[in-house]
Design a protein around this ligand. Structure first.
Ligand SMILES: Nc1ncnc2c1ncn2[C@@H]1O[C@H](COP(=O)(O)OP(=O)(O)OP(=O)(O)O)[C@@H](O)[C@H]1O
Ligand code: SF4
Ligand SMILES: [Mg+2]
Length: 419
């Protein structure tokens, strides 16, 4: 049995209306049937667009939101069924590190007080002296000086504050740490250092992580398994290397194609899929496959009517797409090539789009693509992935992570001292 197992977890928020009496007029299907397993000592990376339900799923594990349906089993105990007091005790074993390190630390408390709070609540340490010694040793582990104890959150840099957030989780000796966008509020250079710190702590303390991010480059280096979420559900899950080597779901392919590759030759040749159109509202999700309104391969039959389940395609690679095999083999032609017109003059030709065409996904393919036989070469009208600000961050992080050696957190310590 895995350390943490989610089975068919649903979190539906009621939408209420009415002046005198609240009536439920609908639901936000924030999480809509997620099953996943996190093995002890491993990292599960959860990625997906903003609003797809990542944070709600993380919060549901800690029972910070009500679970509408499904089970969350930690070490054999179903947390969804635990009465309040028992759940409070179990919560020590599950800790969360938040996206906004400053917002999650009380500005009026010094670091000793912030870190002691949870220890007192859970009866860790027989007196303040013992708790202080433990806090000092954890501060040392996360690369902060022990004189940090008497200082306040505003006196620290962003990277240091996130280290405090990690220390606050560690002092409670948790089994699982849920890191919700742990580095997205940080500078790119500091992002890599915090990710490396999480990695080192996992090795030293045998921690288990569920790391939530909207950016594939961030989770790549620390995740053993990656799950891709779209509109409340997992659309693909695979061992990290397999997912990067061969993404099989059209949504993952699109996400992956937005991450720049450091090698310019590979960057020029690779398939690029640009999804246009917003994420549909989770209060009114599309029928059938939830991705069919944006999927470049959506088929007339099945896709709009039948919801695909996650299927194991071998070696733990699970995909929720009726046509994953046909897309992988190139058998299935694109059904939405209208976002771009194929041009034969080679790179440099600019593709004109009508207003209607601009609403559907624009799929950019390399000259030798077999997926779309008539597309030979297409030039984007939009900025390239490498130029897009969000994507530049992703690529830079990837490079930083590659470049950052085991000593990266030391350089962060230096930087944080001056920061
Ligand atoms: N307490 C709530 N009541 C009603 N709707 C909610 C509540 N919390 C979240 N939602 C909705 O649920 C959906 C999923 O939100 P969530 O915060 O989980 O997304 P996310 O993937 O974490 O996004 P981001 O990457 O922006 O953090 C959103 O549409 C959000 O508006
Ligand atoms: S099931 Fe259909 S719409 Fe959904 S991802 Fe697969 S091809 Fe696209
Ligand atoms: Mg979130």
């Amino acid at each position: 049995m895995s350390l943490l197992e989610l089975d068919g977890v649903k979190v539906h928020f009621p939408i209420k209306k009415g002046i005198f009496v609240d009536r439920t007029v609908g639901h936000v299907y924030a999480v809509d049937g997620v099953s996943l397993k996190v093995e002890a000592g491993e990292t599960y990376g959860l990625v997906g667009e903003s609003g797809c339900g990542k944070t709600t799923l993380g919060r549901s594990v800690l029972r910070l939101v009500d679970i509408t349906e499904g089970s969350v089993v930690l070490d054999g105990t179903d947390l969804a069924k635990l009465p309040g007091e028992e759940m409070r005790r179990f919560r020590r074993r599950l800790q969360m590190v938040f996206q906004d390190p400053l917002g999650s630390l009380n500005p009026r408390q010094n670091i000793e007080s912030i870190l002691s709070e949870g220890m007192i609540a859970h009866g860790i340490g027989k007196d303040q002296e013992e708790r202080r010694e433990k806090i000092k040793s954890i501060l040392d582990k996360v690369g902060l000086p022990s004189n940090a104890l008497s200082r306040y959150p505003h006196e620290f840099s962003g990277g240091q504050r996130q280290r405090i957030g990690i220390a606050r989780a560690l002092v409670l000796e948790p089994d699982v740490i849920i890191c919700d966008e742990p580095v997205s509020a940080l500078d790119v250079s500091v992002q890599a250092q915090v990710i490396n710190l999480l990695d080192e702590l996992q090795e030293e303390l045998g921690l288990t992580y569920l790391v939530i991010a909207h950016d594939l480059a961030v989770v790549r280096h620390i995740s053993d398994t990656i799950g891709v979420m779209y509109l409340g559900s997992l659309v693909e899950e695979a061992p990290s290397d397999a997912l990067y080597a061969e993404p099989k779901h059209p949504y993952t392919k699109a996400l992956m194609s937005a991450v720049p590759v450091p090698d310019p030759e590979v960057e020029d040749r690779r398939e690029r899929i640009l999804l246009t159109g917003d994420l549909p509202s989770p209060a009114n999700p599309p029928s059938g496959c939830r991705f069919h309104t944006r999927c470049p391969w959506a088929q007339a039959e099945r896709c709009a009517t039948e919801r695909p389940q996650l299927r194991d395609l071998g070696d733990g690679h699970r995909v929720a797409c009726h046509f994953a095999e046909e897309i992988a083999s190139g058998e299935l032609a694109l059904t939405r090539p209208t976002g771009i017109e194929a041009v034969t003059e080679g790179e440099g030709a600019v593709v004109e789009q009508t207003e209607d065409e601009a609403k559907v996904p624009a799929v950019l393919l390399p000259a030798d693509s077999t997926t779309k036989p008539d597309a030979t070469a297409v030039k984007e009208k939009v900025p390239s992935a490498a130029e897009a600000p969000g994507d530049r961050t992703a690529g830079a992080v990837a490079k930083d992570l590659d470049a950052a050696g085991p000593d990266a957190s030391d350089s962060d310590k230096e930087q944080d001292k001056t920061g």
